[in-house]
Write a protein that binds this ligand. Structure first.
Ligand code: ADP
Ligand code: MG
Length: 164
């Protein structure tokens, strides 16, 4: 739906903040991309947009980290999960009922998560290590009414590389 280009980590955070400002409990945001692509960086911005004031750190070792903003926020990193079943073991489905859930997902098996979600795909630039392509796709009924507003907010914070 939206393709943006960012040229610094703070710019990627700003994109996250614009998205975070429009999220509410029950929303799932799936962050995909290679190691170092900026998943945790954009998660920090999303949390800021959700009103989280405490520092957001990578949950790689804890798997899930909870924050309190204007609503509860759960930041999940599945990098260390051995089996997907573990997601259910720590109560992923319950989290989704009350929290905004941000999932950092290294691989391409996102189809195993609920389909109604906002997907943020981050891609490193081969030529410039400060540049990222950020592709944001919101799928499902929970997003239809917010899509246009989200597009406008995102376009205001980062150069648009083209709208899908
Ligand atoms: P991931 O969680 O995907 O492994 P991180 O967000 O932890 O990635 O790391 C991204 C790294 O890349 C950080 O050190 C950040 O400062 C750096 N960086 C450089 N340019 C950008 C950019 N445009 N967007 C996001 N991060 C950037
Ligand atoms: Mg990370």
């Amino acid at each position: 739906m939206m393709r943006l280009t960012t040229r610094s980590a703070p710019e990627t955070e700003a994109v996250g903040a614009a998205l975070g400002a429009r999220l509410h409990p029950g929303d799932l945001v799936v962050l995909t991309g290679d190691l170092g692509a900026g998943k945790t960086t954009i998660a920090k911005g999303i949390a800021r947009g959700l009103g989280v004031t405490e520092p957001v750190t990578s949950p790689t070792f804890t798997i899930v980290q909870e924050y309190e903003g204007r609503c509860p926020v759960a930041h999940v990193d599945v990098y260390r999960l051995e089996r997907l079943q573990e997601l259910h073991d720590f109560g992923f489905d319950e989290l989704l009922e009350s929290h905004v859930v941000l999932v950092e997902w290294g691989g391409a098996i996102t189809r195993l998560l609920p389909a109604d979600r906002c997907e943020v795909e981050l891609t490193l630039d081969a030529a410039d290590d400060a540049v990222r392509r950020v592709e944001i796709t919101a799928i499902g009924p929970g997003w239809s009414t917010r899509r246009a507003e989200l597009d406008d907010a995102l376009a205001a914070v980062a150069p648009t590389a083209g709208t899908a």
